[in-house]
Design a protein around this ligand. Sequence first.
Ligand code: PMT
Length: 404
Amino acid sequence: MRVALGVGGGIAAYKAAELARALLDRGATVQVIMTDAALEFVTPLTFAALTGRKVITSLFSNRGADEVLSSAVEHIHVAQDNDALLVAPATADLLAKFAHGLAGDFLTTTYLAFTGRVILAPAMNTNMWLHAATQANLDVLRGRGHTVIEPETGLLACGTSGPGRLAEPGRIADEVVRLLMARHGLAGETVLLTAGPTQEALDPVRYISNRSSGKMGYALAEAAALRGARVILVSGPANLPVPAGVELVRVKTALEMRDAVMGRLEEATIVIKAAAVADYHLREVPAEKTKKTASGWMLSLEPTPDILAEVGRNKGDRLLVGFAAETQNLEAEGRRKLEAKNCDMVVANLVGQEGTGFESDSNAVTLVMRTGANVAVPRGSKRVIAERILDQVMTLRQAPGRTS
Ligand code: PMT
């Protein structure tokens, strides 16, 4: 476990020394990064003595030309070399900088370059903590899938009492260990994921499709890769960046998606089908553009292959997660699909309304489990929903008596 510990400039900075000790006790290596403001509260020597490593204090100051050159890319090495970026105390100023992508010093540039688990332990005056600006910044950061370890309530250094006190260092260290263990929980698994819509041609210029953006499936791909899985993402047309470490297979039609999924099934230990596959297509696509006529255009569409059902029939001991996009009867429809398609879990989500389902950055789902349980996951960013889905996947993975 390699932890980059960012120390912000608040009175609680002295507790970061205890936190570094607690992380070392739990077997982590700790690379401390201090902001200029943190240096006003505690000396780098304290952390260097505890961790046995040079403490990083600044991007450029007090360095010779060679050192400046190497330090200009050092934040990239720190970002690549660590499993978690833990910031404690995370001040209101740092939360705002992270939320808005400001990168004026070593800690904030490292944050932008970091692709691993980000854990924030804020500490500040109660009014600053409760301020709408701070809470809005926290919403943005949680939406990116970062973990916020809430401050505790008690007497603060400013003499007032309320929420804002840095969580107890032992508790923060335990949470970091728990999250990093969870991160590696999918190591050794190959997750075959589908995402996005399919496009079914009507002629060389026209097609039918649906409103899927791919956001849900790409969020799952990113979260699964961060948990240590090998991820194969079979994606219909989507305008999204490919998450780091994810192998992308681009397809357009339902038939292409079917062939890509069945062609890679042997490699997979977990299959998750978040794509919105067109249910109908034109079997014979005309070679020429269909002319516009006054009498209209009658189309005779045929069903596409049901990929989820085919995977269900050939499932072996793989774990199979389907989705259900519904406008009503969420749980009943989810359970019907779970039984009919031989799934272990169905992620049922409401579509056709703001804030969930297609295109939205957020979602709210019910996880219909083969155990008979229904797990409601309240509205959150698709990245956070992806984490909750994978938590349940891992629970099923560990449960005895998996169906095949
Ligand atoms: O992409 P976003 O904009 O982020 O939106 C996310 C989402 C709404 C697309 C996603 O959360 C979702 O619900 N995906 C499934 C959409 C869907 O097609 O649902 P369905 O109830 O019609 O299909 C049920 C399941 O069968 C799905 O797992 C689907 O991938 C699969 N299916 C459907 C048809 C077909 N021919 N083959 C399939 O495998």
